[in-house]
Design a protein around this ligand. Structure first.
Ligand SMILES: [Zn+2]
Length: 367
């Protein structure tokens, strides 16, 4: 099946496969529907199919053109994203890099901003100037404008000039989460393709495959995400944050607490998290203790930079670097034993925490 990277969306796939087969693509498409339903993923796959060097009318995912589009560095595939409304070229390019990185890692990611964003009119004006140049190395130029509803009227009017007379070797793809906010004159120039909700069973399966979570958890996220794989990922990542927080708290108890408190906390973790999560907890334990090691070395280039103050506090509990080194080597070994040799997670977690207790500086015993 073509567009295998895109979850479900049978109707859009049928329309686009047909157009590719008959060599009859519309000059402008508007992919619209809820966020996280695959519009961006589809735009990227379509750009690949159009320019694939194998010429099979679908992406081969191996030629130089497909690979460059995947990396978002193809000179003939221009991508435009909304940016925060701050007039600064440097900030713009930082935001664009962030957007690209997130989308490259996972095309279904819903990119969030901490302030109002729009698509600046200068971007569209530049496009207006460049669009008449011949493709540099691809067969056709493809312009993807993500979240097109974030264009102000001035941007939308500039775009309209392009859409009224698009060059023959250009395809424009607009994606929109809220088609009602687009100028009707823009909408009417596009072939509109609606992206519906993704069936729960498909989201569930994909979550299990891509993120190695168990069926029960995958089914929970699939049911609460309202047909948006992007939202399911949001929920999943939120949970990962909680897991990371719990890992730091566990380290806190292991370095400060009494044996009885450590046993209690380990039991709590095992009740709260499933097997795969506990394996990830070991991974976090490795990365956080590596960070502690870095702090002791005087370096602040931390993996968990958002938890720097916790890491510094924890670092004070180990008087020598080799003690911390012992912790992350042990955590890594136990993770391996649990994953590959099916060792007991409870025993692993408990022995690691008790070792941490032994290695860390104990404060004077309170009578
Ligand atoms: Zn290819």
């Amino acid at each position: 099946m073509a567009f295998a990277e895109v979850l479900d969306q049978k109707v859009p796939k049928k329309i686009l496969c047909g157009a590719l087969r008959k060599n009859f693509l519309a000059s402008t498409y508007l992919f619209y529907g809820d966020q996280g339903t695959g519009k961006w993923a589809m735009a990227l796959e379509l750009a690949k199919a159009i320019n694939c060097e194998k010429g099979q009318r679908e992406a081969c995912d191996a030629c130089s053109s497909c690979l460059k589009i995947d990396k978002m560095i193809h000179p003939d595939v221009k991508m435009i994203f909304p940016v925060p409304s701050v007039k600064s070229k440097e900030k713009d390019s930082k935001e664009i890099e962030r957007y690209k990185k997130l989308k490259q890692e996972e095309p279904y990611t819903i990119v969030r901003f901490d302030r109002k964003v729009n698509i600046p009119v200068e971007y569209i004006r530049t496009l207006q100037r460049e669009i008449h140049l011949k493709p540099f190395e691809g067969k056709r130029k493809v312009i993807i404008i993500a979240e097109a509803e974030k264009m102000h009227n001035s941007s939308a009017n500039s775009l309209l000039k392009i859409l009224e007379e698009p060059p023959l070797d250009v395809n424009v793809i607009l994606t929109s989460n809220d088609v009602n906010k687009l100028l009707p004159t823009v909408v009417s120039r596009c072939q509109q393709i609606r992206f519906g909700k993704i069936p729960t069973s498909i989201i569930e399966e994909k979550l299990m495959e891509a993120y190695h979570i168990d069926k029960e958890k995958a089914s929970y996220y699939a049911n609460i995400c309202n047909g948006s794989y992007g939202k399911a990922l949001d929920f999943l990542r939120g949970e990962k944050e909680n897991l990371r927080r719990d890992t730091v708290d566990l380290l806190g108890v292991a370095t400060h607490g009494k044996t009885s408190q450590i046993i209690q906390m380990v039991n709590q973790m095992l009740n709260r998290w499933d097997r795969n999560s506990i394996l990830e907890m070991f991974e976090f334990l490795v990365s956080i203790s590596r960070d502690i090691y870095m702090v002791q070395e005087g370096s602040y280039r931390l993996i968990n930079s958002d938890m720097a103050s916790d890491v510094v506090k924890l670092s004070e509990k180990f008087e020598r670097q080799n003690k911390v080194e012992h912790v992350f080597r042990m955590a890594d070994q136990i993770r391996f034993d649990c994953q590959i040799r099916n060792a007991s997670q409870k025993l692993g977690l408990l022995s690691l925490c008790l070792k941490i207790k032994e290695l860390s500086n104990r404060e004077a015993i309170i009578p």
